[in-house]
Design a binder for this molecule. Sequence first.
Ligand code: SF4
Length: 305
Amino acid sequence: MLNYNSYRNYIRKRFGKPVLKIPINGGFNCPNRDGTKSGNGCHFCDNLSFSPAVKNICSPVEQLKTAINRASGFDLFIPYLQPYSNTYGPVSLLRSIYEPLLEVPNVIGLALGTRPDCFTEEIFAYLDELSARTFLSVELGLQSSHDSTLTLINRHHTFADFVSTVERLADSGIETVAHVMLGLPGETAEMMAETAQRLSMLPVSGIKIHQLMVIQNTRIHQWYENKIYTPLSIEMYAELLGDFLCRLRPDQHIHRIMADSKPEYGLIAPSWSGDKNRSINYLHEYFRKTALVQGSVYRRKTGLE
Ligand code: SF4
């Protein structure tokens, strides 16, 4: 029995059976890499390491069908456009990628990963229309609610950008997911706790949380080599994550509690990121020992208990 509100359980209850989310490379770019906002990307970013889907050069529909054919134990599927910024382009481009995916049998909706600054009024209007006819979830990369950190890691958007996009999407009843990282350079435990508190006050449906990983050839890798940046130990991460979960709202779905990679995909540190099962077990054991309950601090602060 998990003491946090897992997305997997929520989606199973919502659709009455297990649903498989399938990462797909839609072939989009990112304004923080193509020179529009920056040509360097976020200082931690290497999509090759974070999303295996980025290497897939088949069409999005071919990728989806191949993954469905390989899946066992699932009848329902959600294509998850994951790498880069999947709302970055004109509506005609978005339609040409999204709509064929929705026509594949047993696909019950769509999940989009993107940045908070990759929206126009036309895109909002299209997403409104889309969400009226299918399940739609939009994941916005945030990483931190502190603009000082966003500047330090070269995000080229602000927390205010995130807030206005989340509010606009939530007004249309679209599920929103905030993607955040713990252990970003310069962030104290108080700053991370503040990010959790701010998210608990927003119409954010779900949170994807993970540790910052040092990936080969990124700026963070240089900082790590020069001893400017120290990654979190699993013990520190468990403590920060536990505190973060307690400050969220009890109803917010937790999409992920850690990230994993392998040295062959560029993982440099922390090494526990390379052993997902062991690390997840450690985190669950920590939650059990500390009797952690998602939303306990939120409830206390808001007078709900
Ligand atoms: S916004 Fe995403 S894809 Fe773009 S540089 Fe940052 S992490 Fe990479």
